[in-house]
Write a protein that binds this ligand. Structure first.
Ligand SMILES: [Mn+2]
Length: 338
């Protein structure tokens, strides 16, 4: 067998193990990383539709805000982000499925509901996963967890309805930056094409996600972009999202998803960072980079992780101090120019 065939056999075996385990369970908790995004939520809802079709009881608990473009989807009611509503059935959960988390603590406060002896299925496409599940379905080559869920659902024989296809498409679309990142492989595009065939309305959905700002959102984005800072001869671009300004406009962090992409709009920029003071003396940082500049490794230095060209981390300091600290690290990371 060729290496590729062996890999496919190994993957099919993993998927079969997942299908067998979910078949044998009834009360299933689904979760993903704190601050869930299009991929983590799209994957969860699509998977839960499959589970519900088999009569399973399903709970979807996540910590953080839901991105604006999900509002209006009827299934969003099933995603519970309020910790006081995280109820556990009397018999407990007999399976936990976690999407997009390199380690169990990434699900944040939801982890308090995960008993030590419960079986976990770990589905992730980030590098360096700690393999905390009974089954660990890991593929750093996948564009998104959504693409991996797509493979599972295809192999299960589940007929992907237009709604489920839409959630999977959201997962792939948002995690590839609208089919822009280098993770946009032929396999990812084949999956997307099949999902469109299953009934995704591409224009309507893309409008809903990317061309759906309120006037306030666009003006606030423009303010933030106009105050961008560039460093290291224009190779680094910083944007700052201040909590007080966000609150003053009645907006939430989820309303500003995608803001970090503005850091990479200048041709010369190699690393972009968005700083957010999500609480006093605590700066959350979203990172982007070009080519072989690995911001995932950079994020590891600051309690974070992600992908080589898209990562996140935090520094326990106010925004200005956090910028200084990150800039020092970037001076080391970026090769001298000229
Ligand atoms: Mn993802």
């Amino acid at each position: 067998m060729s290496a590729t065939t062996k890999e496919a056999v190994r993957e099919n075996k993993l998927i079969d193990d997942i299908l067998e385990l979910v078949h044998s369970r009834s009360n299933i908790l689904l979760s993903s990383h704190v601050g869930p995004d299009g991929d983590s939520l799209g994957s969860q809802i699509a998977f839960s539709n499959y589970l519900k079709s088999m009569g399973k009881n399903v709970w979807l608990y996540n910590q953080g805000h839901i991105p604006h473009y999900f509002h209006g989807f009827k299934d969003m009611d099933s995603i519970v982000v309020e910790p006081d509503k995280w109820t556990v059935p009397p018999q407990g959960f007999d399976l936990v499925i976690i999407f997009e988390c390199t380690s169990l603590d990434r699900i944040g406060d939801v982890s308090a509901l995960v008993k030590d002896n419960v079986d976990i299925i770990n589905i992730d496409h980030h590098p360096e996963n700690s393999e905390y599940g009974r089954i660990n379905y890991l593929d750093p080559g996948a564009s998104s967890a959504g693409e991996m869920v797509y493979r599972i659902l295809k192999r299960s024989g589940y007929k992907i309805d237009p709604e489920t296809a839409t959630y999977l498409y959201i997962a792939i679309l948002t995690d590839t930056g609208r089919f822009h990142f280098s993770s946009t492989t032929p396999e990812c595009l084949y999956a997307a094409a099949d999902l469109v065939d299953c009934g995704v309305n591409v224009k309507e959905l893309t409008d809903q996600i990317y061309f759906n700002f309120t006037e306030d959102q666009l003006r606030f984005t423009a303010d933030i972009v106009s105050r961008m800072e560039t460093h290291l001869h224009g190779r680094v671009c910083f944007l700052t999202l201040r909590d007080a300004e966000l609150k003053a406009r009645g907006l939430k962090y989820g309303d500003m998803e995608g803001l970090v992409e503005w850091t990479m709009r200048i041709r010369k920029v190699q690393v972009g960072a968005l700083f957010k003071d999500t609480r006093p003396n605590f700066s959350k940082i979203s990172l982007r980079s070009q080519g072989n500049i690995d911001v995932c490794r950079l994020a590891h230095k600051f309690n974070g992780g992600g992908h080589s060209n898209a990562a996140g981390c935090h520094i326990e300091a106010d925004l200005e101090t956090a910028k200084k600290i990150l800039l020092e690290a970037l001076e080391e990371l970026l090769p001298d120019d000229e």
